[in-house]
Design a binder for this molecule. Structure first.
Ligand code: SAH
Length: 455
C-alpha cells in the first residue's frame, strides 16, 4: 500500500524537513508487521512528493499470531490502507505527527498546500463515508472505486478506493487526520485496543475531533466498538458534558446543592488568599462566573476537555462582549487533566469541582501527578459526590449513580483514603469538609477535600 504526500509550497523540498526524511535518500524501516520505505518520486523547488510504501509481511503476521488456516494468509491486509498505515505514520513520521520540526519549527505550524494520494483504501461506507469524514475537515476529496478484478469485470466493484485529498493545512494536522481516519474507514484493526487507544484517539484528535460531526462514528469504529472505551472517549470529547450539571441538579434539586457547593469552594479560596485560580474541569463555567464577581481573584482560568462546554462557558460569561480590563482576568483553555500541561503551572489554587468521578479510575494516578506533582498549586479543592447519601435522593433508583457519566461515586471513607494517600505522596496536608445538609448516618451529599502544600 502506498501513501503519497505532495506539496507545492515553496520551496517544496521543505517537505523533507517536515517529515525529517531527506529527499535524496531511500530509507527503509523495519516495523513489527513488515517493512516501510520512504522515498521521493519528485523533489524540486516547485513540487515535491514523498512516498511511504508499506510492505506488509502476511506470513510473518500469521506466525506471530500462531494461528493456522489458509484464509489467514489470503486476505486483503497486505494490500490495503489500514491501521498498519497509521502505525507506520506514527513510527516513520513520528516527529511530523507530533508537530515537531527541528530545522524549521515554524513551518510545522504553517498551513501549506498538500495533496495526499492513497491507494486501495477500503471504505466500509463507500464514497459517502469518505466525504463525511474528510469534507468537514475542509478537504476536497476525489476518489475512484476500483473494480474487484479487471480480468473478471462481472465480479463488479470492490469497496476499495483510490483517494486524493486536497487541503491547505499544517502537515501535522493532515497526518493526525489520516492517523485516526484510515482505520475508521477500514473499520478493522490489526491489534487489540485497550485503554491507551482512548488516549491516542484524544491526542491525535485534539483540536478537531470534538468538533467533527461524525465524532460518534469515528470514536466507535476507532475503538472497535468497545462500549466502555467508546463511552470513555465520547464523554471526554463532548457527549454528556453539556447537560452534566443539569442532570445532577435534577437529582439534587431540593437542596440547590450546586449553590452550596460554589459557596463552599469560594469560601475556601477566600480564606487561603488565592489570587490566581485555575478551575479544572470548569464545564460551563458556573464557578468562573462567581470568581469574576470578586476582584480579589486577579487571574482566573477555566480548563475543560470539552470544547463544546467551553463554548457554552464563553457564551454564558459573555466573554466576547466583556470590557477589556475584565476580559484580561479570565482565560479558557481546552485540555485534558490527565496529561502534563505547562499551562496549568503557576496558580495559587486549583479547584476540581465534581470532576474526578468523571475520570476513569485507571487515569486517576495520571491526574494526581499532573496536578499535585507538576502543577502543584498551594491549595487544591476537590469535591465529589458522597455515594452514601444517594439513598436520600428520592428520584434516584437504588444502586444508581447520580449521573450516567460518573465512573464511580465514593463513600466518605473511600474519598478520604484516596485524598490522604495523595496528600502523603505529594507533600500536602488535607482537610475534609461536608457540603449540604448533613445526615447523622450517611453524611452530606457532597464531600470536599482541601489540600495545602507543605512546601
Ligand atoms: N466543574 C463544573 C463541571 C463538572 S462536570 C461544575 O461543577 O459545574 C465535569 C466536567 O469535567 C465536564 O465539563 C467534563 O468535560 C470535564 N472533564 C471530564 N474529563 C476531563 C478530563 N480528562 N480533562 C478535563 N476535563 C474533563
Amino acid at each position: 500500500m502506498l501513501l503519497m504526500i505532495a506539496t507545492t509550497h515553496k520551496p517544496a523540498t521543505d517537505l523533507g524537513y517536515l517529515l525529517h526524511k531527506h529527499p535524496d535518500k531511500l530509507q527503509s524501516f523495519s516495523l513489527s508487521f513488515g517493512q516501510a520505505h520512504v522515498f521521493y518520486p519528485e523533489a524540486s523547488i516547485d513540487s515535491c512528493i514523498a512516498a511511504l510504501l508499506l510492505d506488509v509481511d502476511p506470513v510473518g503476521l500469521v506466525r506471530k499470531k500462531g494461528s493456522q488456516g489458509l484464509e489467514q494468509y489470503v486476505n486483503d491486509r497486505p494490500y490495503v490502507a489500514s491501521s498498519f498505515l497509521s502505525v507506520a505514520i506514527a513510527q516513520v513520521f513520528g516527529s511530523a505527527l507530533a508537530g515537531r520540526c527541528k530545522d524549521k519549527p515554524e513551518l510545522a505550524q504553517t498551513p501549506i498546500p498538500l495533496v495526499v494520494k492513497l491507494t486501495t483504501v477500503p471504505s466500509r461506507g463507500g464514497e459517502a463515508l469518505l466525504q463525511s469524514l474528510f469534507a468537514p475537515l475542509g478537504y476536497i476529496i476525489k476518489c475512484d472505486r476500483t473494480i474487484l478484478d479487471d480480468k473478471f469485470p462481472q465480479w463488479g466493484e470492490s469497496y476499495y478506493y483510490n483517494v486524493e485529498l486536497h487541503h491547505t493545512i499544517p502537515l501535522q494536522e493532515l497526518l493526525s487526520h489520516l492517523y485516526v481516519l484510515i482505520p475508521v474507514l477500514d473499520d478493522e484493526k490489526h491489534y487489540w485496543v485497550g485503554e491507551d487507544e482512548v488516549d491516542k484517539l484524544l491526542r491525535h484528535g485534539e483540536g478537531w475531533l470534538a468538533k467533527h460531526p461524525e465524532q460518534n462514528l469515528i470514536t466507535k469504529r476507532y475503538l472497535k466498538r468497545f462500549g466502555r472505551l467508546v463511552r470513555s472517549a465520547l464523554t471526554q470529547l463532548v457527549e454528556d458534558n453539556i447537560d452534566t450539571t443539569e442532570q445532577e441538579e435534577i437529582v439534587e434539586e431540593r437542596l440547590s446543592l450546586n449553590q452550596q457547593r460554589l459557596a463552599a469552594v469560594l469560601a475556601v479560596l477566600k480564606q487561603c488568599g488565592a489570587a490566581k485560580v485555575i478551575d479544572l474541569g470548569c464545564g460551563e463555567g458556573k464557578l468562573l462566573k462567581e470568581l469574576l464577581l470578586d476582584k480579589s481573584f486577579t487571574e482566573i482560568v477555566g480548563v475543560d476537555v470539552s470544547s463544546r462546554a467551553l463554548e457554552i462557558a464563553s457564551e454564558r460569561l459573555h466573554l466576547e462582549r466583556m470590557p477589556s480590563m475584565q476580559r484580561d482576568r479570565i482565560k479558557l483553555l481546552q485540555g485534558s487533566l490527565t496529561y502534563r500541561d505547562k499551562r496549568l503551572y503557576g496558580y495559587d489554587a486549583a479547584t476540581v469541582v465534581e470532576v474526578i468521578e468523571h475520570l476513569d479510575i485507571a487515569r486517576l494516578a495520571a491526574f494526581e501527578r499532573v496536578l499535585f506533582e507538576f502543577a502543584k498549586p498551594n491549595t487544591v479543592v476537590v469535591t465529589t459526590p458522597n455515594v452514601e447519601y444517594n439513598i436520600k435522593f428520592e428520584s434516584l433508583p437504588a444502586g444508581k449513580l447520580r449521573h450516567k457519566d460518573h465512573r464511580f461515586e465514593w463513600t466518605r471513607l473511600e474519598f478520604q483514603q484516596w485524598a490522604n494517600k495523595v496528600a502523603e505522596n505529594f507533600s500536602y496536608t488535607v482537610q475534609f469538609l461536608p457540603i449540604g445538609d448533613e445526615d447523622s448516618e450517611v453524611g452530606s451529599p457532597t464531600q470536599m477535600a482541601v489540600f495545602s502544600s507543605k512546601k
